[in-house]
Design a protein around this ligand. Structure first.
Ligand SMILES: *Cc1c(COP(=O)(O)O)cnc(C)c1O
Length: 363
């Protein structure tokens, strides 16, 4: 157990937040920044809240080096709404889009886009159990496609792109829900980046959307108001009432990142955490990591035990020892440790030493 009786939280999302941020949130509840208004009670039209949202946009732009001409939005409806919204805005009924299907989330994104226009899988690894992401050259994007969609980190299966997928000259759209601000990304190589905040950036109920000038200016007509990117661009993410407290937490998480070495600091810590777990598993036949080596996720580490019959006791004992959220997603089974930015190295070291101990007792 950590401070305040908190468990080592390996949950996939909503996920652990920095304790400093949790404390700032509870201090802001009765009175936000000395304004006299409580965090849940302040108008989104107030100067106090305008400062919060401006600050969050500014910090995100800086951390990700977002080009000035790109738009940064904080919307609602989760990444799941973006599956449809991106398609609606970027291709419309007459358009085409190609998808790299690397797991459950990219399949859902494709299914939604197919309700809008002609969307197909350029690559689909379901028959191999989604153990890896495609190499450049192993798929082709249709000549007349409007964009290529990919999922940078596959949260369920624990795979991740470690280099930019070749879009063969087409715009790139990425669902970066589970690795935004936790991996290097060249924003200028993308036209849409979207991410539910609840994994790497803060609480549920806020969706980050970053749009290139091309994506912001698509001329599709007849889009319902709330699903039209231009609505939200024109009103600075405040066409309707945004998730005010969620945006506050997002700003605090970004400030915490800035105090801890920014994006580079986060990547360095994430690498160390991932190496700790993969290194331990590579040293023994007791563990069976799911992902192929070259596609391993630094954010969601997934594995089975060679003796699958021991997985139940692994999870029970882990919980008895103060570690929670480790049950694998039902599509893979086994174990999944989500080790996003805010998961401390100490939690990962605690897990690794529990694993060694478990192996010595059952191996
Ligand atoms: C969690 C997750 C989603 C779903 O996000 P919601 O905000 O719940 O809609 C989509 N894509 C990826 C990659 C995810 O990890």
């Amino acid at each position: 157990m950590g401070a305040h009786g908190r468990i080592h939280n390996f949950g996939a999302g909503p996920a652990v937040l920095p304790l400093e941020v949790v404390n700032e949130f509870s201090e802001a509840l009765p009175n936000l920044g000395g304004s006299g208004f409580g965090l849940l009670e302040v108008s989104h039209r107030s100067g106090t809240f305008q400062e919060v949202i401006d600050s969050a946009v500014r910090r995100l732009r800086k951390i990700l080096s977002v080009p000035d001409e790109y738009e940064v939005l904080f919307l609602q409806g989760g990444a799941s709404t973006q599956f449809y919204m991106t398609a609606l805005n970027l291709m419309g009924k007459m358009g085409k889009a190609d998808f790299l299907v690397t797991g459950g989330w990219s399949q859902k994104a494709l299914d939604e886009a197919a309700k809008v226009g002609d969307a197909v899988a350029a690559w689909d690894d379901s028959k191999n159990g989604f153990k890896s992401v495609p190499k450049n050259g192993s798929y082709s994007v249709r000549e007349d496609s409007d964009y290529l969609h990919y999922t940078s980190n596959n949260t369920l299966f624990g795979t991740q792109f470690h280099s930019l997928p070749d879009s063969q000259g087409k715009p790139r759209v990425v669902d970066a829900s589970s690795d935004i601000c936790g991996m290097p990304i060249d924003v200028s190589e993308h036209d849409v980046i979207y991410a539910g905040a609840q994994k790497n950036l803060g609480p549920s109920g806020v969706t980050v959307v970053i749009l290139s000038p091309w994506a912001a200016g698509r001329p599709e007509e007849g889009i319902p108001t709330m699903l039209d990117y231009r609505t939200h661009i024109n009103k600075g993410s405040m066409f309707n009432t945004p998730n005010t407290s969620g945006i506050y937490v997002l700003d605090r998480v970004l400030a915490w990142m800035e105090r801890n070495g920014g994006l580079e600091g986060a990547i360095e810590r994430n690498q160390k955490k991932a190496d700790t777990l993969y290194g331990l598993m590579d040293g023994s036949d007791f563990w069976r990591p799911h992902a192929s080596k070259d596609s391993r996720s630094m954010m969601n580490v997934t594995w089975r035990l060679a003796d699958e019959g021991l997985e139940g006791s692994f999870l029970t004992e882990a919980e008895e020892n103060g570690m929670g959220g480790l049950r694998g997603h039902r599509s893979v089974g086994g174990i999944r440790a989500s080790i996003y930015n805010a998961c401390p190295l100490e939690s990962v070291e605690t897990l690794a030493s529990f694993m060694s101990d478990f192996e010595s007792r059952h191996g």
